[in-house]
Each structure stands twice: as structure tokens, then as C-alpha cells.
Design a protein around this ligand. Structure first.
Ligand code: ADP
Ligand code: MG
Length: 697
């Protein structure tokens, strides 16, 4: 029966699927339980792969069994009793030709008591241990057998399951599905042979019922070719979906913005520095994309301080050269305002006006600005999400730049795409200082082109990182004073208190008072998320101008703040921050010519993760290495932005561990999309079903 082979595990809508019905021996209750572990079809069963295995293909003599190693023995029950309360236990005494064993059950059913009748022949599976009365097995699995009953021919799978769903029931169902339904391999034979992997049906059968010749270790750690085949299929489905989403977006129309070398050239002549090689390369890539009449979808990735803003400014001017509009959207008010100031300063000499749109601007001013954008009088705008949430009309929009793109949801990015002219999609440039490890980038951003700024502007001195115990805070305060007296400025970042924003504010306020008192001769400022926007920007402006020497801050300053004269960063309770966050915070210093120091104050005792994170940030300055460490410590599921990216998370494959397979899958995906689109459909339907459509958003 090949009929159900085409039924993918998730072919139905992702929302709510009915539990299976009408399978032989599956009543409503069992169906409910299967639904709990996402099993709705025979194919779901076939892709429900074991967590581990037990070897019941051989018998071990009691005398040969080593403690702590799971074994199967065949024994005869000599005696059996239930011990009296309070410690009611079922205890049986059993022997084989080589020795004896006590079988002990702390909880038991009457049925087990019956199976352990004196004289019964049993196969018992469990670990032997040395008990008070000699060798014993606690809660062994027991199976009554007749003398000479044949042994199973394959390893026994242990499946992920849920309460009330026994392994034996799952095994029977899976075996039935394999026998009656099967799975088709969508990959052409030739391709599979080239990869030297088993067929998908063979791989799945083997994983459900491995022959005893297969090493348990090999399949349990998922390095076995059968696992590779399954994981390759999953990765292939992911890569195909992503490539298709990319192609669908690329197929849309976009305004062509040739590089006219007018405004862009003026800006280059006007900047107080020359572009780094990396900036020049990235801008060339962007300029080429912008000239095309299909929308650019490019990620500009560069470590903190690598100079992304200036590349964005050039791209925006390339739009303005053609008389079209471009916007830059940033996730926070502070960051957006910084971008605005920087752009305005660079572009004023060119006679280009930049509009500033944020929630903090007075209604009148905002409306006036909006009117000038709507009429096309102003071409460039910077703002927060106010850019998209206000009824802002951008009739000439041709390019949207999104800074720290992982902080925006899919919905917000989509809203930007909706602006501009009917029938046209604007070019999109995403910027991120959160370096994504290569393998993750290939998956999560397989639908983006990537430009990397892998070079910092010259003249930076490396940041010195110090780990200092909390108790030595006075010394740290003395350092702050020293730096400020020498003409520098300092940040003091308050501890992150995830449980309570109120507590976090209180701490920030207290830290501010403590430092004001300890440093009476120095102007100290405070910024946190709850300040009114104009208070926030006044404080930031004073810090930029050097009127404030020490800036006490919560993580609102995490991204983008650029004050080259600030050379000292103190982070309190650094152990509470994530690695990416620490890296971002540290990146606020080391932006000028002065030697910069980042002091990480930590409290003891440190958790294991806390310790690992501090070690990683202390030892590394390269954002990519730090991101890798972050990935290792936290796991990819947690990775910033991954959850919002709309990319389905993987069930079996692991992007780091299976990096080699990711590479293969990526190449295969292109080949299959080109040569065998029907295969592409079948593979994605099998793994993602209805969810594949989500990726097109
Ligand atoms: P990020 O990539 O973190 O957003 P910025 O764009 O804020 O970095 O740039 C960091 C600092 O480096 C800014 O002060 C910027 O003016 C300066 N900068 C950018 N490019 C160069 C360059 N090629 N040479 C010297 N300084 C530069
Ligand atoms: Mg930036």
C-alpha cells in the first residue's frame, strides 16, 4: 500500500488538527494522547523517531551482568511476596543457571504480581545493582515468556511520549505505519548515491528498528548515516522554503536607483574620513542592488563600531539622487535621534534636509514634517517605529533601512514594505551588530543577501576588559574619577533586573545618587527607559556635549550610542547580562583615540552560565566569536531574532552540529529548485506542510 505515502506529517493547517480517527485499535482516548505529541497521521508516526534504544536482542547471564549496565536476563521466579506496610513493596526472588537476583517494585500493579508467580519464566530488562541482600533490579521491565521463545531481531526503540501513552502502544503503532504506509524518498536515486546515504525509507526503518549489528552509541548520538539522511531531508526542506521565499520577494518590482555619483560623491568628499575597505565593498554591493528593478533584501552585518551608519547614509543618498525617498528606522528613541543628528550633520552641507519622526515630537511639528514628506518635498527621514505606525505617507519611498533589525517584528518590516507606490516594493537594507554565526546566518538569513563589515575604522585602540568583584566597587569609583579628571567620560550601567522594572528603576536612581555623592565634583546624569523622551534626549545631548561626565544608564544605551570621548564603561552585575548584550554595551567605548576600559563588576557566587559568559566576554573581542560562544551556551532556539524570523525551527537537525549537512542542503536546494521543482514541493510539504506559506511573508 503506497497510498498514504504522500501524506505529509503536517499537511493540515497548523492551527488545530483533529486527532486521528479510524485507525485499527485507536479509540478516542488514544487519539487524544497521540495528538498531544503531534501525531495526526501515519506519516507523523513514521517521523516520530526514538530518543534512545534498549538492547533486548540478547540475553546476559546474571553472573556476567555488570552493575549499572542495562541488560536482559531470562530467569525463573523462585518466590514472591509483598512486604508489610509501611514500606509495601513487591519483592521476587529469581534465578538463572548462573546466579540469582532480587526483583523489587516500590509501586506495582496486581497484574505484575500475577506475572511474578512462583515458577514463571520471565525476561527481565534493567540494571543490576548491589543491594543489601545481594544483586537486585529495581523496577525491571518484565515479560513472561515460554521456554525457547525467540529474541527480538532489532533494538527496542524508546520514543518521546506523554502520560498514558505506553512505549509498547507507540511501538505497535509505528510498526504498523511502517508496514502499511511507508514513506517515499523524494530525492532522485542518482543524487542519493552521490551523497552516499541510505534512502529515506531505509533510514527511517533502521532508526525505528535497528539491527543488533548497529552500535547503539552511533545512532543515539545521531551521527549514523540513517540519521544524516533524515536530518538532510529536514534541512533541505528548510533551505528550499527559504530560497523560495527569497525568490518570491525578488520577483516583485522595485524602483531602479542607479548610482549617479552626485549626492553620494558629495558626501564622500565631505566626510572627515575615508571609507574602510569593508565599507566601500559593502556600499558597492548595495549600490548594485539598488540599481536593479527588483527589491534588494540585504543584511548589512558589522560589529559594533564598524561604521554601518555611514554606509546607510550613502545608500539613502543614492535614492535621493533619483529624486526618491529613503527612511532609516531604529528601535529606540535614543538610537534614532543619534542617527538623525549624525545624518543631519553630514547632509546639511549638501543642502539635503532630513526629517525626524518620533513619538516624542510635538503633534504640530510632526504633522508639519509629515505634510512635507507626503508632498515629496523632503526625501530622507529618520525615526522610530513612529515612521510606520503614524499615518505617515511616503509616496516616493524607494529604500527602507532598518537598524538593529532583530528588534523589529516581521509585522513592522512588512508595514514598511507597504509604503511607497502601488505595484512597487521598496528596497530593504537591514543592519545588525549582532553577528550571526555563519551556520545560523545561512539558515535564518538564507532569504537575505549579506554584506559584512569585517574591518573596524583605523585608529581604534583595543578595549581592555577587567573582571572585578563587587566588593571592590570603591576602587572602581576612583577609576571613574580618574578618567573624568583626565578629560574622558564614563558610562555606569545598572544591573538588569528582569523580574521587576520598578526595582530596576529604583536601582538606577540609587546608583545615580550614590555616584553623585561619591563624585561631588563631577556632573553625573541618569537615563532610563521611563524618562520622558525630551528628558532622555536632553541628557544624551549633554553627555555628547561633555557637560555630563558620568552617565548612569539602564540598558537603554545598549545599542548605537556613539560618544567617542567616553572611554570607561562600568557594568554592574555583569553576570546577569546576556553575552550579546555585554558585547553591545562594551562596544559603547573604544570609539575614539583614547585607550578604553570596560569593567565588569560581578557578584558571587556565580552560576555555571554566568561564569561561562564572563569568561567568554573577557577572553574575546570579536563579535563573531562571541556570538558562537553565545550560541553554544544558550542553544540556537534562544538566539535573538530567531523566534520572530518566521523561520520554522528544526526538529532533528542542529545547525551547529550538522554544519556540514547545512552546506550540502543549501547546494542541493538550489539544484532541486532548478531541476526538479516537484521534488522541492514534496520535501517541503513533508516537513513544514501548511507552515511553508508563512515564510513567504
Ligand atoms: P556601528 O556600525 O556600530 O553603527 P557607527 O556607524 O556608529 O558604527 O560608527 C562608529 C563610529 O565610527 C562613528 O563615530 C563613525 O562616524 C565612525 N566611522 C565610521 N566610518 C569610519 C571610517 N571609515 N573611518 C573613521 N571613522 C569612521
Ligand atoms: Mg549603529
Amino acid at each position: 500500500m503506497e497510498s498514504a505515502a504522500a501524506t505529509p506529517p503536517s499537511s493540515a493547517a497548523p492551527a488545530k488538527k483533529p486527532a486521528v480517527r479510524g485507525w485499527p485499535g485507536v479509540g478516542p482516548q488514544l487519539a487524544e494522547r497521540l495528538a498531544k505529541i503531534d501525531i495526526f497521521s501515519p506519516a507523523d508516526l513514521i517521523f516520530h523517531l526514538p530518543l534512545r534504544y534498549e538492547d533486548e536482542t540478547r540475553l546476559t547471564l546474571l553472573a556476567d551482568a555488570r552493575p549499572g549496565v542495562p541488560v536482559q536476563c531470562e530467569v525463573e521466579v523462585r518466590s514472591c511476596e509483598v512486604t508489610p506496610p509501611p514500606r509495601r513493596q513487591l519483592v521476587a526472588h529469581a534465578t538463572d543457571a548462573s546466579g540469582e537476583v532480587m526483583l523489587r517494585f516500590v509501586h506495582f500493579y496486581p497484574s505484575q504480581q500475577k506475572q511474578l508467580a512462583v515458577g514463571a519464566r520471565l525476561r527481565v530488562f534493567g540494571e543490576l545493582r548491589d543491594g543489601f541482600f545481594g544483586a537486585e533490579m529495581i523496577h525491571p521491565r518484565i515479560k513472561p515468556v515460554a521456554a525457547g521463545e525467540p529474541l527480538p531481531e532489532s533494538l527496542t526503540p524508546v520514543y518521546p511520549t506523554t502520560a498514558g501513552l505506553a512505549q509498547s502502544a507507540l511501538r505497535k503503532l509505528v510498526a504498523g505505519a511502517l508496514r502499511h504506509n511507508g514513506i517515499r524518498d523524494e530525492l532522485p536515486d542518482e543524487l542519493r548515491r552521490r551523497l552516499n546515504l541510505p534512502s529515506l525509507p531505509d533510514a527511517l526503518s533502521l532508526l525505528h528498528a535497528p539491527p543488533p549489528s548497529v552500535s547503539i552509541l552511533d545512532i543515539e548520538d545521531r551521527g549514523h548515516p540513517a540519521w544524516q539522511r533524515v536530518k538532510l531531508d529536514e534541512l533541505l526542506a528548510q533551505q528550499i522554503s527559504l530560497r523560495r521565499a527569497y525568490a518570491a520577494r525578488r520577483a516583485k518590482n522595485a524602483p531602479s536607483l542607479p548610482l549617479l555619483d552626485t549626492l553620494t560623491r558629495d558626501l564622500l568628499g565631505q566626510l572627515p574620513f575615508a571609507l574602510t575597505g569593508a565599507q566601500a565593498r559593502a556600499f558597492a554591493e548595495i549600490a548594485r542592488d539598488l540599481a536593479s528593478d527588483h527589491p534588494m533584501q540585504r543584511l548589512l552585518q558589522g560589529d559594533v563600531g564598524s561604521g554601518k551608519t555611514c554606509v546607510a547614509a550613502l545608500a539613502m543618498l543614492q535614492a535621493a539622487e533619483s529624486g526618491r525617498q529613503a527612511v532609516l528606522m531604529a528601535p529606540t528613541e535614543i538610537l534614532a535621534e543619534q542617527h538623525f543628528r549624525k545624518l543631519a550633520a553630514w547632509l546639511a552641507p549638501l543642502g539635503i534636509e532630513v526629517a525626524w519622526l518620533s513619538g516624542s515630537r510635538k503633534k504640530k511639528e510632526r504633522e508639519a514634517t509629515m505634510a512635507r514628506l507626503a508632498s515629496g518635498e523632503i526625501l530622507l527621514a529618520v525615526g522610530t517605529h513612529a515612521l510606520i505606525e503614524d499615518p505617515v505617507a511616503l509616496p516616493l519611498l524607494a529604500l527602507a533601512v532598518v537598524d538593529e533589525q532583530h528588534r523589529f517584528g516581521v509585522r513592522q518590516r512588512l508595514a514598511l514594505r507597504e509604503k511607497g507606490q502601488a505595484g512597487e516594493s521598496p528596497h530593504m537594507l537591514m543592519m545588525s551588530a549582532t553577528p550571526i554565526p555563519r551556520t545560523l546566518a545561512m539558515s535564518y538569513y538564507a532569504d537575505l543577501d549579506v554584506s559584512v563589515l569585517d574591518e573596524l575604522p583605523p585608529g581604534r585602540t583595543p578595549i581592555i576588559t577587567k573582571l572585578i568583584k563587587d566588593e571592590r566597587r570603591d576602587e572602581v569609583i576612583a577609576r571613574v574619577r580618574h578618567a573624568c579628571v583626565a578629560g574622558r567620560q564614563a558610562y555606569w550601567v545598572c544591573p538588569l533586573i528582569e523580574e521587576s522594572e520598578a526595582l530596576q528603576l529604583k536601582t538606577a536612581q540609587e546608583t545615580y545618587e550614590m555616584l553623585s555623592e561619591a563624585l561631588p565634583d563631577l556632573p553625573v546624569g541618569l537615563v532610563h527607559g521611563r524618562l520622558k523622551n525630551d528628558e532622555k534626549s536632553a541628557t544624551m545631548a549633554a553627555f555628547v556635549a561633555g557637560d555630563i561626565k558620568v552617565l548612569v544608564a539602564t540598558t537603554v544605551i545598549e545599542v548605537g550610542v556613539d560618544v567617542p570621548n567616553a572611554s570607561l564603561m562600568v557594568i554592574e552585575h555583569a553576570e546577569r547580562f546576556g553575552l550579546a548584550q555585554l558585547h553591545q554595551l562594551r562596544g559603547r567605548v573604544g570609539r575614539g583615540v583614547h585607550e578604553s576600559v570596560c569593567i565588569l563588576l560581578f557578584a558571587q557566587p556565580l552560576s555555571q552560565t554566568g561564569r561561562e559568559r564572563l569568561k567568554a566576554i573577557y577572553e574575546n573581542t570579536d563579535g563573531f566569536v562571541i556570538a558562537r560562544e553565545d550560541l553554544r551556551i544558550r542553544g540556537p532556539g534562544e538566539f535573538i531574532g530567531a523566534r520572530q524570523s518566521g523561520v520554522p525551527l528544526l526538529r532533528y537537525a542542529d545547525l551547529e552540529e550538522d554544519a556540514v549537512l547545512v552546506d550540502i542542503a543549501r547546494e542541493l536546494a538550489e539544484e532541486i529548485l532548478r531541476d526538479a521543482p516537484r521534488v522541492a514541493d514534496a520535501v517541503t510539504a513533508r516537513w513544514f506542510g501548511g507552515r511553508a506559506a508563512l515564510l513567504k511573508a
